[in-house]
Unconditional design. Structure first.
Length: 270
């Protein structure tokens, strides 16, 4: 059997990864589903349980280190083994830096605690067990972790930090048999940007990005899981993302222009 921990599993990409894993492995899988919303986690657990999967729901706020460590402890207490940790929990933000008031800028730290530190704490707690199983670590970053996206200073900073942390960790774990896969989704058809923070640190309620060509949640989840199974280093999902990664070295101004063009006109800096 395989035992997999997924953070941010109550909806969106995390929930879809859980469902796809359940369909694939059935009774040969144990899933530990973590997020803040226990009711939504229970719904996802029920959907996965229909395929014979053993599930454990753990209400978790990854911005709190004790929650992260308790998640891993409960997973081990229930299943005694962890084969993969998928660090998917995260929050978005959309605000021009110049629009953020001094009294509000504390939410930059909050976002970093969720997007970076939640992954760091969960990974640190799970690492001894992943070494035992020679398992896999997945970090769900973003194209904003490869390119500085205007209007996403806080979000890009947190995702760049994830990229650097897991790149270094991958090298450290090379001889331990633990794979580290970093996924870089572009615009995906979820509500993450609608729930993301605005300049005042409140839920924005809408997206500042053009989403007419958004990738489906199903396709995004499939690509991440394929990358985990293949023990790939990186999963860059869009053609623009793959092209931009190399053009950033050769024509950085063009990549900046491409990033600006991804914003809706009403949120572009004047």
């Amino acid at each position: 059997m395989k035992f997999i921990v997924i953070t941010g599993a109550s909806d969106g990409i995390g929930a879809e990864m859980a469902r796809q894993l359940a369909k694939r492995h059935g009774a040969q899988l144990g899933l530990v589903l973590a997020a803040r919303n226990e009711a939504r986690l229970a719904q996802v657990a029920s959907q996965c349980g229909a395929f014979g999967v053993q599930t454990l729901v753990v209400p978790t706020d990854v911005s709190l280190e004790p929650d992260c460590r308790a998640l891993i402890a409960l997973a081990m207490a229930r299943f005694g083994r962890i084969d993969a940790l998928i660090n998917n929990a995260g929050i978005s933000a959309q605000a021009l830096f110049g629009d953020v008031k001094a009294d509000d800028i504390g939410w930059y730290e909050r976002l970093m605690r969720i997007n970076l530190w939640g992954s760091v704490w969960c990974t640190h707690a799970a690492l001894p067990y992943l070494k035992q199983s020679r398992g896999s670590i997945v970090a769900v970053s973003s194209l904003a972790g490869l390119f500085g996206v205007p209007g996403r200073t806080a979000y890009s900073a947190s995702k760049f930090a994830m990229t650097g942390f897991f790149e270094a960790l991958r090298a450290e774990l090379k001889n331990a048999g633990v794979s580290v896969t970093t996924a870089y989704p572009g615009v995906v058809a979820t509500k993450i940007r609608h729930h993301g923070l605005n300049a005042a640190g409140q839920a924005a309620g809408s997206s500042g990005l053009k989403e007419d060509k958004a990738m489906s949640v199903e396709e995004c989840a499939r690509l991440i899981l394929h990358g985990m199974d293949a023990r790939q280093r990186d999963v860059v999902m869009s053609a623009k993302g793959k092209l931009g990664r190399w053009l950033k070295l050769l024509a950085p101004a063009w990549v900046e222009a491409m990033a600006l063009n991804a914003l809706k006109d009403e949120v572009k800096p004047s």
